[in-house]
Design a protein around this ligand. Structure first.
Ligand code: PEP
Ligand code: CO
Length: 443
């Protein structure tokens, strides 16, 4: 039914959201040199991740997937990476404790440098410029908006440096669960929930100290965590250049991240993104909005996972608080009827973006929480597994999403709004979501 796949067979299909480079010779030479760079991930890690995603699909594991909407090159520094790993680690520890099952940590990190944008151009400082498409394409300041292929090389090296530092933190002990890193609860202190949250953290630390005192940490592997990277596979020239052949088999894998996902804007059944993704062995995510037709979803699944391999596909629903009740049951039932083995995750961010009166993009904490709660309930009612959550978050004290125990108001957003793209949960809001999730899903 399908033609032979090659890393470049996507080139014969219509490719949405690609970048037009003025200097085509330079672009080609950047891709040629990227093809010679060492892989950032190893196929054995990809296979292991696929097995763990399959476990999340059958309810034996839970996925926490999170990070920036778009990473900037300036985020490739010790403090920002440390804070991001710390928040994901702390959220996963809270959830492991409550759910009594392993939690898979997946970062939107080490390669999340490309963005699909709804318009080609935007207004900046009163002038019309090309939209910002992520640091590997163009720069945020007005004078850097022209795409520059050298940025692709810089993206590869920033991803390599980020991943190298994460691997060093893990092997060097930062992520040991008994490491005395600061839980920083002061930022949500003095709120009504404080007493309950600090009690939970005390219980977790107690359990860890107990394990340590009986010498069990190493025995049960608590001293070494696993952490996987992911990004939206958008720029197909770049992804093709990072495609490698697995030595033991004839299979191809993307060597730039453990997992890649297809965005809501590029999941066209006849498009180039599906063509590229169907040929790589990495586990794949697909973002799904309420715009998808359930039959289209089944076809999408069939193209990307014709062998129905568990763990291969994660359906990341981003329906929005207004649409989740109507859309999600239809989608789940259709997938169940089709007999497809998928893992479901909920992205409560992208269907809930709103603009304030001043035109600032934000998301309301209660909408985010509301979509999670509704998705969890709908999955339970239908008898399917709520396998994970997908957030845009940061370990920094930014003011981009409103609400939460820290009560950020529309008028507070300008205090520390840093995102170049979508608004992220800050440290306190992310912790609070983890506590709420654990209350919701407590075993
Ligand atoms: C994103 O994850 O940043 C994004 C653009 O999401 P979606 O494709 O779901 O709109
Ligand atoms: Co986003």
């Amino acid at each position: 039914m399908y033609t032979q796949w090659k890393p470049d067979s996507w080139r014969s299909k219509p490719a949405a959201h690609q970048v037009e480079y003025m200097d085509k010779v330079k672009y080609r030479s950047v891709l040629d040199s990227l093809m010679l760079q060492p892989p950032l991930v190893f196929p054995g890690e990809i296979h292991k991740l696929t097995r763990q995603i399959a476990e999340a699909g059958s309810g034996e594991r839970f996925i926490i997937h999170g990070g920036d909407c778009v990473e900037r090159f300036q985020d490739c520094n010790e403090e920002t990476i440390t804070n991001k790993i710390k928040i994901i680690l702390q959220m996963s520890t809270i959830l492991t404790h409550a759910l009594r099952k392993p939690v898979l940590r997946l970062g939107r990190i080490g390669g999340q440098y490309f963005k699909p944008r709804s318009s080609e151009r935007e207004s900046l400082n009163g002038r019309e410029v090309m939209t910002y498409r992520g640091d590997t394409v163009n720069g945020f300041p007005e004078e850097l908006r022209a795409p520059d292929a050298d940025r692709l090389t810089r993206g590869y090296y920033c991803a390599a440096a980020t991943l190298n530092y994460i691997r060093a933190m893990i092997s060097g002990g930062f992520t040991d669960l008994h490491h005395p890193y600061n839980w920083n609860l002061h930022s949500i202190g003095k709120t009504e929930e404080w007493a309950e949250y600090s009690r939970i953290v005390e219980q977790i630390l107690d359990a860890i100290h107990f394990m340590e005192s009986i010498g069990g940490m190493e025995a049960v592997g608590l001293n070494r965590i696993e952490f996987y990277t992911s990004h939206e596979g958008l720029h197909l020239g770049f992804e093709e250049a990072l495609t490698r052949k697995e030595r033991e088999s004839d299979s191809y894998y993307n060597a730039g991240a453990h997992m890649l996902w297809i965005g809501e804007r590029t999941r066209d059944l006849k498009g180039a993104h599906l063509e590229y993704f169907r040929g790589i062995i990495n586990p794949i995510g697909i973002k799904i909005s309420s715009r998808i037709d359930p039959d289209e979803l089944n076809e999408l699944i069939h193209i990307l996972n014709p062998d129905n391999t568990p763990g291969r596909l994660t359906l990341i629903t981003r329906l929005g608080i207004d649409k989740v009740e109507e859309s999600l049951p239809r989608l789940i039932r259709k997938v169940l009827d089709g007999g497809h083995k998928v893992t479901w995750s909920c992205d409560p961010m992208h269907g809930n973006t709103v603009s304030t009166g001043e035109g600032v993009k934000t998301r309301r904490f209660d909408d985010i929480l509301g979509e999670i709660k509704a998705s969890h309930r709908i999955h339970s009612e239908i008898g399917s597994s709520f396998g994970g959550v997908h957030f845009e978050l940061t370990g920094e004290e930014v003011t981009e999403c409103t609400g939460g125990a820290v009560k950020i108001m529309d008028s507070d957003l300008s205090t520390n709004y840093q995102s170049f793209c979508d608004p992220r949960l800050n440290y306190a809001q992310s912790m609070e979501i983890a506590f709420m999730l654990s209350r919701l899903m407590k075993a």
